[in-house]
Design a protein around this ligand. Sequence first.
Ligand SMILES: *Cc1c(COP(=O)(O)O)cnc(C)c1O
Length: 378
Amino acid sequence: MTAPLRSRPELVRPLVHALHAYTPGEQPKIAGLIKLNTNENPYPPAPAVLRAVRAATDGRLRLYPNPTAERLRARLAELHGCTPDHVIVGNGSDELLAMAVRCFVEPAAKRATSASRVQYFEPSYSLYPVLAGTHGAVCHPVPLAEGFALPDPVSLRRGGRFDAHAALTLVTTPNAPSGRGYPTEELDRLCAALRGVVVLDEAYVDFAEENAMALALKHPHVLVARTFSKAYSLCFQRVGYFVGPPDLIAALHKIRDSYNVNGLGQVAAEATLDHLPYYQRNFARIVATRELLSRELRKRGFGVLPSSTNFLLVEPPAPAAGQWLEALRARKVLVRWFRSSPVERYLRITIGTPVEARALLRAVDHVLRAGHRAPRRA
Ligand SMILES: *Cc1c(COP(=O)(O)O)cnc(C)c1O
């Protein structure tokens, strides 16, 4: 055995030392576990997508993929009624969100100004403050209104927290973790009230009634973020994209890694676009399961927020949400709990298959019957 290396913390930037890393949902390897914690789609990709990925898995893996995902961008442009210069593809939409921070926001100087502000609503996607922190930018959270509603621009200005000139405003729409959908008209008014870049993060929009893609094709400062992860069953492949004004898209391309989207991801995403009806059937199944689960949980005393997504935010009856997490986990059902957050009283439950929904309800019934005793820890 060699002597342990002396640690040299001074080798790491102070900014990085002070960072709080993003906490992803667990990916445990427990046999038989019902995983309802990270909003993955319970249905597999279309069979033709799996065939396309297999067919592309040969000696060509030695080659670099297309650097700008050219064919995929052309297909996406066609889908959204624009030209490919309105589209950039990323290694998941997370990569593009990070690039937007680097592209549009100045790291904070001594005196913080709007130029270094990353503004977002609270609660929303918990990655945003991490991305701002990593860049040395300033987090600018603005509370959502009652029931996780989007505050209207007038009350935002009156509230005093809102910065109309923030360099970047990130809006999760429909909202996560609440699941609440926002009408395009409200988003349009919000965009009109902002001077900096706005990203409408539509990761869950395929489960909603409306989408705001038109705003990215109308305003000079609005980008819409989409992903193949949740609705299109491709989390593993990491493919997301932005649609928006060509000058903003061109700026993002400048700071993109040369081969940021892996080749099999491009193949899978292109094949996905050839089979949209398969996915639309899955959206309908997930929405039907969501409505069934909402009704059944309400019957059992849960407060269930309306959802336009593939998850539910629910306020359980006693015991506390953290104890529910453990009690359900002991019954092999994993949900998400955001400890020390504005939604600490709630659980977030991904919509699975009808079979998974019934298993969740059985586990809930067991916990309710067992009363309020804290579960024994494993
Ligand atoms: C899951 C999620 C993303 C990230 O999607 P990827 O394309 O897998 O990186 C972005 N925004 C929100 C709100 C999400 O929930």
